[in-house]
Design a protein around this ligand. Sequence first.
Ligand SMILES: *[C@@H]1O[C@H](CO)[C@@H](O)[C@H](O)[C@H]1NC(C)=O
Ligand SMILES: *[C@@H]1O[C@H](CO)[C@@H](O)[C@H](O)[C@H]1NC(C)=O
Ligand SMILES: *[C@@H]1O[C@H](CO)[C@@H](O)[C@H](O)[C@H]1NC(C)=O
Ligand SMILES: [Zn+2]
Length: 536
Amino acid sequence: MTSIRVAAIALALLGIASGEIVKRQAATVSEPTEDEADAFTKELCRDKGAGEWFRLDLNDCRDVIQCTEAGLQALRCPHGLAFNLELQTCDWKDNVKNCNQKEKKRVVKPLLNTVEPLCQENLLACGDGTCIDRTLFCDGKFDCADESDENTCDIKSDPNSAPICNPDECRLPDCYCFNNANEVPDNMNPTNVPQMITITFDDAVNIENIDLYNIIFDSRFNPNQCSIKSTFFVSHKYTNYSAVQDLHRLGHEIAIHSISHSNNETFWTKASPDEWEREMAGGRVIVERFANITDSSVIGVRSPYLRVGGNNQFGMMEQNAFLYDSTMTAPLQNPPLWPYTLYYRMPHACHGNLQNCPTRSFAVWEMVMNEMDRREEPTIEEDLPGCAMVDSCFSNKPTADQFYKFLVNNFDRHYLTNRAPMGLYFHSAFLKNDPEILDAFLFWLDETLANNPDVYFVTMTQVIQWMQDPQPVSNLKNYEPWKEKCNVAGPPFCYGGTNCELNTDELPGETLRLATCMRCPNRYPWLLDPLGEGYF
Ligand SMILES: *[C@@H]1O[C@H](CO)[C@@H](O)[C@H](O)[C@H]1NC(C)=O
Ligand SMILES: *[C@@H]1O[C@H](CO)[C@@H](O)[C@H](O)[C@H]1NC(C)=O
Ligand SMILES: *[C@@H]1O[C@H](CO)[C@@H](O)[C@H](O)[C@H]1NC(C)=O
Ligand SMILES: [Zn+2]
């Protein structure tokens, strides 16, 4: 019986154009009867996930089907490709190792929501019914024999996930959750709130961009007469620590963007707590030593490629006394979000299908990256997806005029609504490689400062300081946290320093340079030896 039905369905699926999706209802097959075909489809679809592609037979690795509301749907990959069940997409034949499998390997789910509890208090059941400690679920390590403890771990299913915010318990200065779109800390009237703008630059600080930073930050002042400030997320390789030391001296904030900046993006998604610690806490050891930063001001983290590292990243941050992360992006929305703490559940979707957002509760601030609106005429153009890094907002090089409009539009989205801090997240090349774009940016900076006595360009830490002690614009001229290193005069700590020529067994065959005002280390500092002492 069964084989006849399979044949009928398989026939119905033949003659599909290459790579095209063809909808076919099992019911349109004349033989066998409708009821039989329905029953067959039902049986076939019983254990399949929504949208999951699988093979009906093993004849041709290009053919797969899926279950939809309208019945079975077939897909044939183009010539030369085969369907990869694990990736759920057409792929080069050589990459596909599962042509002999009918469906994607099932992951076993834990038995979390049974009518009668299966385990004693504080224990929960693996897929096979074994009871283990609740805290072992979704901790990044397999504890169930069937590995089911790590299989259902999004924020809604993780049995240890942070609770939904309780506004009565979550209060400034230590806790802030963003519960409704128009919210402003301390329920202030937005017109009394300073419009804070956080300029950040990512990656190595060196001869490629030092001049640019001088051009932008020299002789520009906030309404309190202090020089404008920004935050640098510094990655280690190729960084000049004499220059970092001088940025810090001038009052900019130095934060950590990893040692290796590995271009394997999956690495960051999956990195273990130890790997996170080596990259970020190790990065801080290097910065503090070779830029001689001794005031414990290095407290921020941004992950390379904005790949959020989930509970492993945030657990490492809590343990190593990092105060904030600025990696998570919030989807474009009006009004934008204020930064928040992660004691309670994050107030927006985990954005981007590749992201691994934290689910547990952490004593960490999230300096959330609000996506920007890339449209030139937001009131009349149709919706487009937002963008977090400024350079990712333009598919073609913008004209000076387009870039200026972009800044004005996005400024208004903050300034005219809830005055959530506005982030301008740059890679230096975007401004450096195009004098017209840089001019447009400097023009906008000067105009914004000249026209708005309530606009302040501040560091990430200064945003947190204000949120913990919100003051109306009228009090800000003498607001202490924003007066620190108000206008730093005098020469740099050293002129250029030593350009140490170094290597390390961790990077065989590479000779690297590290400029510092401090003493040269023995070896090039790296993950296992951040002080470059030469033994690890
Ligand atoms: C990238 O990282 C992942 C996770 O650490 C690893 O499994 C994979 O092999 C890496 N890929 C490459 C090309 O190194
Ligand atoms: C590093 O900075 C501290 C504090 O600013 C200073 O006292 C010390 O002399 C500096 N270290 C070196 C080696 O210059
Ligand atoms: C490192 O930065 C300092 C400070 O800006 C600069 O004077 C020096 O020339 C730089 N060193 C190298 C090797 O680029
Ligand atoms: Zn980067």
